[in-house]
Ligand binder design. Structure first.
Ligand SMILES: [Zn+2]
Length: 422
């Protein structure tokens, strides 16, 4: 249906001629250089998501009873625990079915982590009409401890809950949600839509539009990497990179490096020639081949030697061999080829090498192995800081860096290395 409308709209704009600009760019917001043609599918999704606001907020009981006269579980159980799959009757209702379908499609976009508005109390209830009682949300139930977020003590909550049993049930649900994690702040969706008062549809539409057009950029990046690596990387693998692998350190510098690598942000000889229409396309390092992104980071003979040395040292440190894959060294995409205990160290080791390369970016200089070792020693402090910020156990640092420390002691010959105070 939307495709048809879109086509009519497109035909009107181009008067039957072939579209000259990608529709995605056409619909991008005016302040970002798009043409602000409405995207009808997004408008529909935005209005559905605004409607689910009532199911999330749980304030308007009259409306909720009307829309949910025959539902079996709390609204939040359908929104977040996939109860719609168990209780098919939920979606037989014309409005509920459409809204839930759109919600399921968009929920991971609007809420990447466990939402603060989510109510384990509402997830647990069996639905009756005219339900009384406040549905306490995670914002009411959680508190910060040195181990991260946790459910408040029973003492603190006993006035809010019906008893011990409910307290235990809430904890059980929390254990499951904890795996996804809580974000530090409320999401944009919560602030603008759930707690917002005006222009909800516009705000929701713009939020969806941001993701819709951002996707385009990500797709572009994914295609370029697939061409360079000679094989595609599954979308799930990319998501894991953004949601998990990139968080190995609290240091923004490392994150920045990983993002710049992923988005291929670095200027190359080829890009410079394109930008200024003059100059020399040849690589700054070998001065033989054309310098595109992948050449400058991986396939250049000079750069290859450096990565070869890093690879050899890493095998010495880890005491086993593993395949030398560019996605591991350049993007930090690692899997089982690196033992679980060594993965954090591997990230530090490769990000150090990349930062060294970036520091001598437009020159012919190639870093040496001792540059790399020194950089890693320097970054051990960052690892200690990360441990303190994240309040991890002391032995976490030791485990991550143990192998490197004994390797350095061997290399330097019986010199004990002391790093900060652990
Ligand atoms: Zn080269």
């Amino acid at each position: 249906m939307f495709k048809d409308w879109q086509r009519t709209l497109s035909r009107f704009i181009w008067q039957g001629k072939r579209a000259r600009i990608k529709y995605k760019l056409l619909t991008d917001r005016r302040d970002r250089g798009g043409f602000a043609v409405p995207n009808l599918q997004l408008y529909y999704e935005a209005s559905c998501l605004c409607w689910t606001k009532e199911w999330i907020a749980l304030d308007n009981t009259d409306l909720l009873d009307l829309e949910g006269f025959n539902i079996r579980h709390g609204w939040h159980a359908y929104l977040w625990q996939d109860k719609g799959k168990v209780h098919k009757g939920f979606s037989n209702h014309i409005i509920r079915g459409a809204l839930l379908e759109v919600w399921n499609r968009c929920k991971r976009l609007v809420e990447k982590d466990t939402p603060w508005w989510l109510s384990p109390v509402d997830i647990l209830i069996t639905k009756k009409l005219n339900m009384e009682g406040k549905r306490w949300t995670y914002a009411d139930l959680l508190r910060r401890s040195d181990k991260g977020w946790e459910i408040k003590t029973y003492e603190e909550l006993k006035d809010k809950l019906s008893g011990w049993l409910q307290y235990h049930q809430i904890n059980a649900i929390w254990r499951e949600h904890k795996k996804t994690g809580m974000s530090k702040n409320k999401s944009k969706f919560q602030l603008e839509i759930i707690e917002g008062k005006s222009k909800l549809l516009t705000k929701m539409y713009n939020q969806l539009l941001d993701w819709d057009t951002m996707d385009e950029e990500i797709k572009d990046v994914m295609i370029k990497w697939a061409i360079d690596l000679g094989h595609p990387i599954e979308y799930e693998r990319w998501t894991k990179l953004w949601t998990k692998d990139m968080k190995f350190s609290a240091c923004v510098r490392f994150r920045e490096n990983m993002e710049k690598m992923m988005y291929r942000w670095y200027i190359t000889p080829i890009k410079l020639v394109k930008m200024y229409r003059t100059g020399d396309k040849t690589c700054w390092k070998c001065r033989k081949k054309e310098g595109d992104f992948f050449h400058m980071w991986w396939s250049c003979e000079e750069i290859k030697k450096f990565w070869g040395l890093v690879y050899d040292e890493l095998k010495k440190i880890l005491k086993y061999t593993f395949p030398k894959k560019p996605e591991a060294f350049l993007l930090g995409m690692i899997g089982e080829e690196i033992n679980k205990d060594d993965q954090i160290f591997f990230q530090y080791a490769t990000v150090s090498a990349r930062i060294l390369l970036a520091q001598s970016w437009k020159t012919s200089h190639i870093p040496t192995i001792s540059d790399w070792q020194n950089k890693l020693i320097e970054y051990m402090d960052t690892a200690i800081m990360t441990q303190k910020i994240r309040q991890q156990r002391n032995n976490k640092f030791i485990n991550d860096w143990n192998k490197f420390l004994s390797y350095m002691e061997l290399t330097l010959g019986n010199v004990k290395i002391t790093v900060g105070t652990i």
